[in-house]
Design a protein around this ligand. Sequence first.
Ligand code: GLV
Ligand code: MN
Ligand code: MN
Length: 423
Amino acid sequence: MSVPAAPGDATRAAAERLLRRCDELAAVSASPDGIERVHLSAEHARVNAVAAGWLREAGLATWQDAAGNQWGRLEGAEPGLPALVLGSHLDTVPDAGRYDGILGVVTAIEVAARLAPHRAQLPFAVEVVAFGDEEGTRFGTALLGSRAVAGTWLDGWWDVADAAGTTLREASTAFGLDPAAIADAARRPEDLVGYLELHIEQGPHLEAAGRALGVVTSIAGARRFAGRVVGEARHAGGTPYAKRRDALVGAGQVVVALERLAVETGGIATVGRLQAHPGGVNVVPGLVEFSLDVRAEHDATRDDLVARIEAYARETCAARGLGFELQETHRAPGVYCDAGLTESVVAGIAATGDDDPVQLFSRAGHDAMAVAAITPVAMLFVRCEDGISHHPAEAVTLDDVGLGLDALEAAVRDLARRRSAAR
Ligand code: GLV
Ligand code: MN
Ligand code: MN
């Protein structure tokens, strides 16, 4: 095994540009105190326009699709060939870092720019996509952009509302999209060669292994829920304990139990949002609304964990005279990366000097898992400092970004060689 020392000077210069571009996109935020860019917002429109400018500069034809995803296309040896798609997402969680999704998009654009002078040798077109919603921050339903592209859009989503009560249908229309045209965003499998996504790892494994890059074997499928614990709001002082039906105490008990249930089952469960109502300092909480995110390497493990959480919560709440409700808002099946496409990712990483790359299962969700419904997918991870993500402290090094860029380009070239040889 040999592990790369550092990328060359030209790559380091390109990596500097990629980091500058991540900084430029980070400045497009709805919040003055941090990064927040949600689906179908004014910020979404602005980053699409910025990305479209970079795509055109790289020599690609551009368009925004019916779901608000930004695309670019570089024709191959002849016009109209099926496309290899490179990309990731430009939306963020609240108070986000600047690389989750974004690094994959800017790197894909740079790879396309590198390939543009050699397009006559490409046995496929190269497309770049910047998906508009991977996180699900605004509507709770994740992967809206990539699921529209995969043709797995569900009509029930149109009436899902954000925190301000704006429905997805209203937000799409205000963004200038036509909800009736959503099917136009779907791509046909026969027009695609595959999908390659570069993403920061969002975990500590590459750092622990001392490697800049890793290859993804599979992606965990998440289920998300909107939960409610229903009790009775009453006077905080006047109500004796025997009469209290405190929804927050019941919800708290469930939240504390999640960790034990998850560890016992081998999955992961998180309550990221929780609100007590009516929210008076001297009122027993009568209602708690919360989010629940559950994932595992295998869907059966995840579903087992959901069942255990639900059983525990119902029993615990019933014993306290509380109601418990759980409504599913998102479900994505776990996905295995394609073996053939993954060979090209391994070859791409090997071209940077690491000929036995670390293989990882992704605990984070990615657009690749939606796109897998229509075309083979593979993923390349870039080490991030301390494994931290979904936090402003997200950090990558210049050298790692350069190695990721070289590896993604080499993966595309490897795939091109294989396909040309097979013709
Ligand atoms: C996306 O970042 C997810 O894994 O939830
Ligand atoms: Mn994310
Ligand atoms: Mn992401």
